[in-house]
Design a protein around this ligand. Sequence first.
Ligand code: AMP
Length: 295
Amino acid sequence: MMLKLVTSIAPLRDRVAEARRAGLQVGLVPTMGALHAGHVRLIEQARLECGCVVVSIFVNPLQFDRKDDLARYPRPLQADVAVCAAAGVDIVFAPTVEGMYPGEAECTVDVGRVADHLCGRYRPGHFRGMATVVLKLLQIVQPDRAYFGEKDAQQLAVIRHMARDFNVPVRIEGVATVRDADGLALSSRNQRLAPEERVLARSLHSLLREAERLVAEGERDPKQVTAIASGILPDDDRLRLEYLDVVDPEHIQPVERIEGPVLVAGALWVGSTRLIDNLLCHPSGAPQVAALPGT
Ligand code: AMP
């Protein structure tokens, strides 16, 4: 199939129906654009498993808790379409805000306690907005599988719970985080970093690696883990650690003691840019179970 760019729902549904008639499995990769190698990894995974790959590109106003962040979010649609074409995407769905939200919406997804901690604590309404747009995309495309990055582990957990709780007939697939050579997780927001900030930004990954080492070497107290790990943050006015927390990977709740695999997640402000990252950490001797079960 040649790549098709569609910007409204009816033609998108026609294209997907065509693929289904041809007997193809449909995979959806939801994104906000400004595509990088992390997104491409999701697309590659979808290509391995599905005959028709749909990438949605939509900067969802409902999930932005800060107007300046929404205004500054990059929207390089042409370049994104070129990335999708090179990666073998079949359909790019790039709807307008009016197309996705015609008139005042009455209903949103109430995400429950999985959104109480980590980013949910600091970004009011973010996960409600994100889950609402993902549910809309799942209803519009009706894919067999949908692909999300483990970099946004709380987002992935929210979506797994939503799909399960609302009986959405889709397999939610998590894909490992793609990083730069120094460990910084790729993110569309990285391009906002000034060169010196880019150097400082690596410290988020360093904190997480320190936490991983502590857990692997037997530290069982999450407070000790976060206190020691956050202690290695360079002393620089441009850095502000918003949170560094240890939670259970499925329900994103704080743990009292580290007995099995835990998610260590952090948010770091580097100047005016907010970065997030996480690592799944395994205590020594704990069973290496799949901590993020599929839907
Ligand atoms: P975004 O465009 O930032 O909303 O991200 C779209 C999807 O790509 C989400 O499922 C993200 O978790 C995923 N993603 C973003 N950055 C990365 C990365 N560095 N590695 C893997 N997946 C990523």
